[in-house]
Design a protein around this ligand. Structure first.
Ligand code: DGY
Length: 320
């Protein structure tokens, strides 16, 4: 029997590519460039599956233009905001993602961003590198201690809970806002807020962990920023779309929030250049899941979904 043909849009870890090569008729992207719409559609000709990352956009018009041969889009990502799921459903194309396996790595970055923003890590690093560190004084590079303070998790899914677990390690009081209250075994004493607006005024660090959807786009806007406590810190490891950049940049300039730690941006790669000019930002280039362990595990999970699909079983991580 011939092996299913799979288009792999980006260069994946060697172990994952080797497995793809062994079990599938895989079409690789050896120089790892980002396909534009035309190249994506041309390369998809005759393939049964596409294994993309969030760097490729599957808008409704791309999905509508995909060749009939494409039966599954097995994402190498947990977020699926780059895929129009309704359009995929209409065309009968199955869509899967890779949940669970990147929760710990992303939660590590949430903690890093919170600490980096609170303790002025970017500013300090820049100072040392340019040889401008010339003093120690009681008032030099003073930041905020987050140990023992309150953190508000927006979206208490897998990543949110993994982040909460790490913030507990700093003796922080955990608050969360979620579509619904979690069972106590998952909430582990965290305070539930049905209203995001109410939670924002009750915490010192706000950490975003919800998916980007039409409902959450621009969730952190000027009105909500105004509700933050004085000295509050905003952390985003989820998606740039959750934040209204104009509002956040104006807020950071005015000192509310006092600082922001951002790993994700509108307009990636790059993001809004105004963030780079601010001293009270700690910025990373979307590396939440970027560990050797996690990137291999994401590949295994995407492969498990493909394996199930082509064996005639329901893929474990089907989202459409
Ligand atoms: C995801 O999987 O959604 C991440 O943001 C990409 O690493």
């Amino acid at each position: 029997m011939s092996k299913p043909k799979v288009l792999v849009t980006r260069k994946l870890p060697d172990s994952v590519q080797q497995r793809l090569q062994r079990d599938y008729d895989a079409l690789f992207n050896h120089d790892d460039h980002v396909f534009d719409r035309g190249e994506l559609l041309a390369k998809a000709e005759g393939v049964a599956a596409i294994l993309p990352c969030h760097s490729e956009r599957f808008s409704a018009d791309v999905i509508d233009a995909l060749p009939d041969s494409v039966r599954i889009i097995a994402n190498y990502s947990v977020g699926v905001d780059h895929v129009d799921l309704e359009a995929a459903k209409r065309r009968g194309i199955v869509v899967t993602n890779t949940p669970d396996v990147l929760s710990d790595a992303t939660a590590e970055i949430a903690l890093l961003l919170a600490l980096g923003a609170a303790r002025r890590a970017s500013e300090g690093d820049r100072l040392v590198r340019r040889g401008a560190w010339t003093q120690w004084s009681p008032s030099f590079m003073v930041g905020t201690q987050i140990t023992g303070k309150a953190v508000g998790i927006v979206g208490m899914g897998r990543v949110g809970r993994a982040a909460a677990q790490r913030f507990r390690g700093l003796d922080m009081e955990i608050h969360y806002h979620n579509r619904s209250r979690l069972p106590e075994a998952q909430a582990q004493g965290a305070h539930y807020h049905a209203s995001l607006d109410e939670m924002l005024g009750a915490v010192d660090v706000v950490s975003l962990h919800c998916p980007a959807t039409p409902d959450t786009t621009g969730l952190i806007n000027a009105e909500r920023i105004a509700r933050l406590r004085d000295g509050a810190i905003l952390v985003n490891t989820a998606r740039g779309a959750l934040v209204d950049d104009d509002a956040l940049i104006a807020g950071l300039k005015a000192g509310k929030p006092a600082a922001a730690g951002l790993d994700v941006f509108n307009g990636e790669p790059g993001g809004d250049p105004r963030y780079r000019e601010l001293d009270n930002t700690f910025l990373l280039p979307h590396i939440g899941s970027a560990t050797t362990e996690t990137r291999a595990a994401m590949g295994e999970r995407a492969l498990a979904n493909l394996d199930a699909f082509f064996a005639g079983r329901e893929p474990g991580d089907r989202v459409a």
